[in-house]
Design a protein around this ligand. Sequence first.
Ligand code: ADP
Ligand code: ZN
Length: 515
Amino acid sequence: VLPDLSPDLDAARQCLAQVFGFSGFRGVQDQVVGRVLGGHSTLAVMPTGAGKSLTYQLPAVMLPGTCVVVSPLIALMHDQLRSATANGIRAAALTSVDTDREWTIERFRNGELDLLYVAPERASQPHFRELLGKAPLALFAIDEAHCVSEWGHDFRPDYRLLRPLMDAFPQVPRLALTATADRHTRADILEQLGIPHDGLIVAGFDRPNIQYRIVPRDNPLRQLTRLLADNPGPGVVYAPTRAQVEKLAEQLGDTGRRVLPYHAGLPAETRAANQEAFVTSEDMVIVATVAFGMGIDKPDVRFVAHAGLPKSIEGYYQETGRAGRDGDPSVALLLWGADDFARARQRLSEVDQSRQQGERTRLDALAGLVETAGCRRAVLLRHFGEDPPPTCGNCDNCLEPPGLTDATELARKLLSAVYRTGQSYGLGHLEKVLTGVADERVTARGHDQLSVFGIVPADQAPLLKTLARALQARGSLVPTEHGGLALGGDARDILKGLAQVEVVLPPAKERGGRH
Ligand code: ADP
Ligand code: ZN
C-alpha cells in the first residue's frame, strides 16, 4: 500500500520551484518523485527530454544522505554534474578522470553530498562497497538502465554487478531510468535490478507538436534547402558520414543561413565552439553525425532532418525527439533511399550470427515506418507498446493521405526480369528490358529475346522506380556486390502469387516542405 504522498509532494513542489526554478512537474515526474520519496523502488521509462534527471535530483536534495547515480558515460555524467552544481546542488563524480577523489570521498562519508556520480565499473570494486557502507545513502539511481539487459541495444556487463551491490543495502530504494525499452527489455530490467513489477512507470511517448514527414530522397540539397526556407528557427540535419556532414554543411551554408558542421573527426575545440554557437543561436543550423545531441539542452529546436536512414526506430525517435522540447510546432523530416536499405541489409550479413535476427527485426520495423501509407505517429507509438488512435492529423500521411496501389502484378514482372537476366543488372537495364528498349547492351546480352522483354506498358513504367525502392526496403530485392539486383526475402512468394505488394504512389508534388 502506498503511503499518503501528498504532503511530500507539496514539499517537492516547493523544492522544484526554489532549487530548479520550475513551476510544475511534467508528465509522470510527480508520480516517479512521489514513489521515490515514499521509499519505493521504481523503473521510469521516459522519452528523451521528458526530464529524467529531475526525478532523482529532486529527491536527492530533499532526502537526507546521498543519491548514488550510476551512469555509463563520463561525458554525460559531467554534463549532469555541471547543471546540478549550477542549481546549487552538492554533487561530485568518482571516475578515472576526476582528480579530487580524496575530497569527494571525504564529503560523501560526511554526508555532505546530495549526488555522487559513479561509473558502473566501480560497482565491482570491493572498496566501493565498503565506502557505501560508511556513508549515509538516500537512493540508488541507475541511468540508462537498459544497459543491464541483453535485450537492449547497448548491453554493458558491468551493469549486472549493480544488483548484488544494491542488495547489500536493502533499505535504500532504487530508481532505474531509461528512454528506450520495449516490453521485453522492461521486464528484464525489473528482474536484473530487483525492482518490483508494480514499480514500472511509463511516460507517454507521443510528441504531438512534432510533425513527422518521411519522403524518398530524390534531390536532398533541394529538399533540405526548402525545409530551411520554410523553417527559420534553429535546426539539426543528421547525415550518415563525416564526409557528407562536411559537404552538406558547406552546400546549405550557401543558402544564406548560418550552418556549422559537427562530427567526431573535428578538433575538440571546434566541436565545442560549434555546439555552443548552436545552443545559443535562434536561427542556426547544425549538420551533424548522430554523435551530436547527447546531453544537449536546447528546447527551441524547430526541425530535425535526416539525410539518410537512421539506425533504428529507437534512434529515429530519439534524434527527432530533440525537436520542439518547448512544445511549439516542429518538423521531423526523413529523406530515405533504396540504397540506404541496400547498405543496411548488406551490413546485416556481416554482423554476428547471434545478433542477426534482432538486427533484421529492427530494420524491418524501420522499413514498416517509411513504407506505411498510414499514420507515422501510430506506427511509432505502437512500436513503443502504446495503443494510439489510427490517425494523428500531424504527419505527412495524415495531412495528405497518399494513394496506395496494388503493384503485385508489376512486382512479379520486375522480379522475373531480375531472375531471367541472371540477377546481376541494375534497375536502369531492367527498366529497358521490361519496357522494350532494345539498345546495344540489351541486344548484345540477348535480353530482347527474353519473355519479359517489353511486358510493361509505358503508363506503368514510371512506377518501376517506386516499386523497386519498396521491394528493396522490404528485402525482396537485394543489391549484388557489383551494383546489380538479386532476389531476396519473400521474392519467391511474390513470384508464386503467395504474397501481395502494395506501393505508396509517388506524390503529384513534393511532400518535403510545410504547407
Ligand atoms: P532526459 O534526461 O529525460 O532526456 P533531462 O533531464 O535532460 O531529460 O531534461 C530535459 C529538459 O527539461 C532540461 O532542460 C530540464 O531542465 C527540463 N525540465 C525537466 N523537468 C522540467 C520541469 N518540471 N519543468 C520545466 N522544465 C523541465
Ligand atoms: Zn498521423
